[in-house]
Design a protein. Sequence first.
Length: 96
Amino acid sequence: MHATCPNEKYRDGKKAFENASKAYQLSGGKEWSYLVTLAAAYAESGDFDKAKEWEAKAIELAATDKAVKAKDKAEARSRLELYEQGKPYREEPKKK
């Protein structure tokens, strides 16, 4: 939420990075979704080179995990494309 919330008042790149880094460390780097979160935090902070690096790592890790759905892999590739364009990823607002 700190990195991808569509409402700017809830975004905080520094906090997003701190939380994502901690999650990554606690997982031992084995949970692909934490790498995705770390990439989003970098993008929110404006470091798109790091965002691309971590999203690419997430995509590689997801490719080896049979539990990861094709839809999730496609979304990760879409986020990588955003970062390559210098754009952060934003969650879609929830529909009521």
